[in-house]
Design a protein around this ligand. Structure first.
Ligand SMILES: [Zn+2]
Length: 129
């Protein structure tokens, strides 16, 4: 059986990958194009290794969402809420079912993240409930 949440996560991830790497995969640190799959996490997120500088990165490296570990579905829900109306941290925390401190961080990070056109297009979408 396919878990609906997992599917949405995969759809968001695929959308982010196609927007972010539309000009081809490229190391966010050195710009090298020769990158290979290094590992794949159980959340479906891949880890890539650059053969230029030898460092690893993922699809969110270099964006405000890097190192956040929250599912993209949660970011998308928060982004849509923030795009539709002003949200206080406490209302966000109730709607996202996260702690107040998490809601505060989500709002702060998203304010930056939504300035990025690729992230905005990934997260603020109509077709994913
Ligand atoms: Zn590199």
């Amino acid at each position: 059986m396919i878990d609906a949440t997992t599917t949405k996560e995969a759809v968001l991830l695929a959308r982010l990958q196609s927007l972010r790497w539309k000009a081809g995969l490229r190391c966010p640190r050195c710009g090298h194009r020769d990158c290979s799959l290094h590992a794949c996490g159980k959340d479906g997120r891949r880890k890539l290794r650059c053969s230029g500088c030898g460092r690893t990165f993922n699809d969110l490296t270099g964006t405000p969402l890097a190192r956040t570990h929250l599912p993209l579905t949660l970011w998308a829900k928060a982004a849509r809420l923030l795009a539709s109306s002003h949200q206080t941290c406490s209302s966000l925390s109730v709607k996202l079912e996260v702690k107040l401190a998490t809601a505060w961080r989500v709002r702060k990070i998203l304010t930056e993240a939504l300035k990025d056109e690729d992230l905005r297009q990934t997260l603020v979408t109509e077709d994913i409930p």
